[in-house]
Design a protein around this ligand. Sequence first.
Ligand SMILES: [Zn+2]
Length: 105
Amino acid sequence: MFIGDAKLKTEFSPNVLTGGLTAYIKSFKEVMFDESEVKKFTEILAENKDGQNILSFYKHVKDVKSRYQDNRKCPKCGGELIKRIAKKGPIAGNEFFGCGNYPKC
Ligand SMILES: [Zn+2]
């Protein structure tokens, strides 16, 4: 499930959604899992809800946002980004921003 203003640019299977999650779930009428499987899933969900997993997920999202917010610093090491010209590869001759700490970074 993608939320917000996500626009899918390629074909995805019908279970990849940008909305209508409740209607999608309600469209299933057959019993898919037995009681022991449901119990197992419930336990996994409860663990994720109360445990560190969801907190570390939010921390990860926050970290990624802060790392990529500043386009003058390397998101990997925080070093200054320097405009360079590609010498080889598919973008040879074109400018790109590389880490000033390369190749240590
Ligand atoms: Zn770097």
